[in-house]
Each structure stands twice: as C-alpha cells, then as structure tokens.
Design a protein. Structure first.
Length: 155
C-alpha cells in the first residue's frame, strides 16, 4: 500500500492549477483588506486632544477676563459714553448730508451736460473755465502780434 501512495504522491506532485484558477485565487487573496497599523497608540491621540481642549479653555478664559475688566471701566464712565453717542449720531448725519449733497451736484452736472444738444466745446461753462485759466494781460504788443499772425494764417 505504501508503494501506491508514493506513486500517487509523485503523480500529484506534477499537478499544477490552471491559469484561470491561479488568477482568480490571486485576486481573492490580494482583495482581502489588510489590517491598518496606527502610527501612534490611541492613548497618545487622547492625550493630545485633552491638551488641545485645555489650551482652548485657557485662551477663552483669558480673553473673557480681559473683556470683563474693560466692561467695568465702561460702566463707570456711562455719562461720557452717552455724550459721545449723541455727538456721534449728529456727526454721522452731517457727513451723510454732505455726501448726498456732493453726489446730487455731480448728478445735476452730468444731467446738464447730457441735456445740452450743442457741441461740448461751445458750452459756456467750459469756455468760462478755460478763460479763467488763461492769463491774459493788458500787453498790447502781444495782442497785436497774435492778431498779425492769425491774419497771416487765415488770409
């Protein structure tokens, strides 16, 4: 019986799996998720979280105590604060009025320029501004020379 077993083992030794079976088995083995290893133990993560919460509580408490002291100072000077608020509303209203007034002037000027149908270079407002910017003196010689040059050009 032993020789038969040895012969059968030799035959079975030469048996190999088919290519389809080998590919399917390889995919199944590789598809099994591998257990993940943590870099740090859970205790270290818990300790880090506790430290972060402690720091957050300290920052909030320090900021809160700073505000409490300033609030106590403000309540002692309530009369000064009331006066400041009264003046502040007046100042804001005056600034709004002056802003609106300047905006209205710009709009009125733009509407005036749009409504004029004549050419812009003949508008009286533009001509008056240019006349004011020119420095025309009473120098008679310069005027005569300008007239002479203009006559040469025109005629």
């Amino acid at each position: 019986m032993q020789p038969k077993i040895i012969e059968q083992l030799k035959k079975l030794k030469s048996v190999k799996p088919g290519t389809d079976f080998a590919a399917a088995t390889r995919q199944l083995i590789l598809a099994v998720p591998q257990p993940r290893r943590f870099i740090f133990p859970v205790q270290i993560w818990a300790l880090g979280g506790a430290v972060a919460v402690l720091i957050l509580v300290l920052v909030i408490s320090i900021a809160g105590f700073g505000r409490i002291s300033t609030l106590s100072d403000l309540t002692t000077n309530s009369e000064e604060i009331d006066r400041e608020f009264k003046n502040l509303s007046i100042n804001i209203q005056l600034q709004e009025i002056s802003y609106r007034q300047s905006v209205n002037e710009v709009i009125a000027s733009a509407l005036g320029e749009i409504s004029d149908s004549g050419p812009s270079y003949l508008k009286s407002s533009i001509l008056e501004r240019e006349l004011d910017s020119l420095e025309i003196g009473n120098n008679l010689e310069k005027r005569e020379k300008i007239e002479e040059l203009l006559n040469k050009i025109i005629f």
